[in-house]
Design a protein around this ligand. Structure first.
Ligand SMILES: [Zn+2]
Length: 347
């Protein structure tokens, strides 16, 4: 498993660059690193950090830590800043031309720009300590400009930070030649497998009470047994069926029979309900997938529109505030929509 060290810039008494409304680089770099680490962890990358809290760390401390750790790769995360409020866009740094660091920087730069659609300032070379003193391929990314009022607005958006983290993660995976898997891709690919192998779905699906209860206990984490597709699961289900059959046969007093009948009626009803909800859930999932696809498509354009609008009302502080509020609201709804599917699943 490849080991990557993520290095969130600055920290503690060193805030890094500070935006026009007081946003501090040290907090954003740490936030992005953690989001990125999470994404890479479920992509089977062994992720470590130079700092995970708001503490000060010298540059040599960071590189010593990485070298002692024996990590394979090193990515330092920063937010850019400039005298001019106009400066904007994404740039990445490597130590020298032709090294692995350059390849890594190019992969991350490309993927990040694609993901957040800000200006592409390209890959540059610099004699930064974190690049010079690290023993492994290393790069430093300057996500965007905290000194630019419009980009500072973006940095306050949780969704934007997710996009940044995903962009960096995708770039790194691309560099090591590993395919990116989104958090939901397991579920997606299972669904596809079912579609591709309809013969694996039993013709008249059955689910017994115990399996249904277990499914509820697991918060719906596991597919209901009638979607079981591999042989072993099928056999387990059959064995369970047999066991409960044996159980029925061994009990033969009238009272037990009566209870059993009652139990079967309840069981039938629960099975019916479960199937009904399963169908509902599936149609909801399809709907939400469609909504989310559309949102993804328009989200980047919406951010760009906000950028343009903010530029247009540059002299109107009252309108700027209103726009920011609107955007925060939009962020909130996007967040809710993105989570509705998971929420429905848990219910
Ligand atoms: Zn910095």
């Amino acid at each position: 498993m490849p080991r990557l060290i993520l290095d969130p810039g600055h920290g503690g008494y060193d805030p890094g660059a500070i935006g026009p409304t007081g946003l501090q680089e040290k907090n954003i770099s740490l936030d992005i690193a953690k989001r990125c680490g999470k994404i890479l962890s479920y992509n089977n990358i062994d992720v470590a950090y130079t700092r995970e809290t708001d503490i000060y760390m010298g540059l040599s401390e960071r590189t010593n830590l990485a070298n002692k750790d024996g990590a394979d790769y090193f990515i330092s995360i920063h937010i850019n800043s400039a005298e001019s409020a106009e400066a904007n866009g994404t740039e990445s740094f490597a130590l020298s031309i032709g090294g692995e660091g350059q390849k890594l920087a190019e992969c991350v730069q490309k993927s990040l720009v694609e993901n957040i659609t800000l200006a592409d300032r390209g890959v540059k070379f610099a004699n930064f300590a974190v690049l010079r003193k690290t023993d492994m391929p290393a790069m430093l990314v300057e996500v965007c400009f905290i000194s630019n009022p419009l980009e500072e607005v973006l940095l306050r958006s949780s969704l934007f930070l997710d996009k940044v983290a995903e962009g960096i993660a995708k770039g790194f995976l691309n560099f090591i030649g590993q395919e990116f898997r989104s958090k939901n891709s397991n579920v997606e690919s299972n669904k596809q497998n079912n579609d591709n192998n309809p013969k694996n779905i039993p013709e008249s699906p059955t689910v017994n009470l115990r399996q249904g209860i277990q499914w509820t206990k697991d918060d719906g984490k596991n597919e209901l047994p009638f979607f079981m597709e591999d042989e072993e699961n099928k056999k387990t289900a059959e064995r369970e069926e047999e066991k409960s059959e044996d159980f029925k046969i061994s009990q033969d007093t009238e009272k037990v029979e009566e209870n059993k009948e009652e139990k079967i009626i309840i069981e039938d009803k629960i099975i019916k309900d479960l199937r009904y909800f399963q169908e509902k859930l599936q149609s909801l999932e399809t709907e939400f997938d469609a909504i989310r696809d559309n949102l993804d498509k328009y989200r980047d354009n919406i951010y760009l529109s906000f950028k343009e609008l903010l530029e247009a009302v540059e002299d109107r502080d009252d309108l700027k505030v209103e726009l920011r509020d609107t955007k925060n609201e939009l962020d909130f709804y996007m967040y809710i929509l993105n989570n509705i599917k998971d929420t429905v699943k848990k219910v």
